[in-house]
Design a protein around this ligand. Structure first.
Ligand code: ATP
Ligand code: MG
Ligand code: FE
Length: 335
């Protein structure tokens, strides 16, 4: 089965062809980071405009790098939601037009299901599994009994981890997106400020990062009032220690309570070196198989959408020409 995946939910215009849900034939990602940098974040209007300009080029590039013709495809999978409405619409309409023109079935994929299925492009999924999705807009622990079954057992009550990274980075005058810069500074640091760990109620798998973000901002503000210079790497290291400790502990406790056979991580913040090291060490110690995809598959791409779309297609879950972008789409099970 060959599936064309299309992803335009945020600031990456992406198309990819995946074979049997596991093998990447081509994977094209046009990033808009340079255009959004000077605004310190993604500007929705600019994002939509770039998607319109890039989408046809990116789809054609995915086909030509795969050396394939549209009639060799079995279906088109596209991110239906969640995301920026104007951005989603470009991908959904491109997918509908392509599917209609070439008589192909259309599959609407949830962006987070995509992040999870990125793993399958590098390693087979073993159920029951626990997925830690940690990205710019989400921080969730998801239990999966089998393919297409998603039970969200914990999620952030305010900021996503990536959002907190980007906001803290901004107060340190680091460029957007700030996650990788904080990660780098944290590793260069010879000290760390002690910021709070937010655990919430006993037994909760939910997360909260806005309190941590505020304590970083307050700390910086108070130091400035006193005329003290704060080494930015100490702030970065302190912030990262807090995020990594809480995320690792909650993921570990969930994996043990739900007795899973595998834990996988996904999303842009899963690219974080400190987090990768901490999670790997924690799960290795407990003997629980743990896997994180390589960096380009952690951040937004269309191969992950094709990978999830393939399993949906195999289970007969297809959409139709009434499909629309769904900015607030919930992650529901396929069967
Ligand atoms: P979502 O998938 O929730 O809709 P998104 O697609 O915008 O959000 P991703 O592209 O998966 O999010 O991830 C982007 C986020 O990852 C940004 O917040 C960025 O700062 C963060 N990030 C990337 N690399 C690192 C890193 N090494 N350490 C920490 N954060 C990182
Ligand atoms: Mg992105
Ligand atoms: Fe994403």
């Amino acid at each position: 089965i060959y599936i064309l995946g299309i992803e335009t939910s945020c600031d990456e215009t992406a198309a990819s062809i995946v074979k049997n849900g596991r093998e990447i034939i081509s994977n094209v990602v046009a990033s808009q980071i340079e255009s959004h940098k000077r605004f310190g974040g993604v500007v929705p209007e600019i994002a939509s405009r770039h998607h319109v300009e890039q989408i046809t080029i990116v789809i054609e590039e995915a086909l030509s790098r795969a050396n394939m013709e549209p009639h060799q495809l079995d279906a088109v999978a596209v991110t239906e939601g969640p995301g920026l409405v104007g951005a989603l619409l470009i991908g959904v309409n491109a997918a509908k037009a392509f599917a209609f023109a070439h008589g192909l079935p259309l599959v609407g994929v949830h962006h987070i299901a995509g992040h999870i299925y990125a793993n399958r492009l590098e390693q087979e999924m073993e159920f029951p599994l626990l997925a830690l999705v940690i990205s710019g807009g989400h921080t969730e622990l998801i239990y999966m009994e089998e393919h297409g079954s998603f039970e969200v057992i914990g999620e952030t009550r305010d900021d996503a981890a990536g959002e907190a990274y980007d906001k803290v980075a901004r107060t340190l005058n680091l460029p957007y997106p700030g996650g990788p810069h904080i990660d780098r500074l944290a590793h260069q640091s010879d000290g760390a400020i002690d910021f709070p760990r937010v655990w919430l109620e006993e037994g909760s798998y939910d997360f909260s990062f806005s309190g941590l973000k505020s304590s970083v901002l307050n700390y910086m503000h108070n130091a400035k009032q006193r005329g003290e210079a704060v080494p930015p790497e100490h702030v970065a290291a302190g912030f990262q220690n807090s995020v990594v400790e809480v995320v690792t502990a909650k993921a570990l406790r969930a994996a043990e309570q739900y007795k899973v056979n595998q834990v996988i991580a996904a999303g842009g913040v899963a690219a974080n070196k400190g987090l990768r090291t901490s999670l790997s060490a924690a799960f290795e110690k407990k003997g629980i198989p743990f896997f994180i995809p390589s960096l380009p598959l952690c951040t937004d791409n269309a191969a992950m959408i094709a990978a999830a779309g393939t399993v949906m297609f195999e289970n007969g879950i297809t959409g139709n020409m009434a499909m629309n972008g769904r900015p607030g789409m919930a992650l529901t099970s396929w069967k």
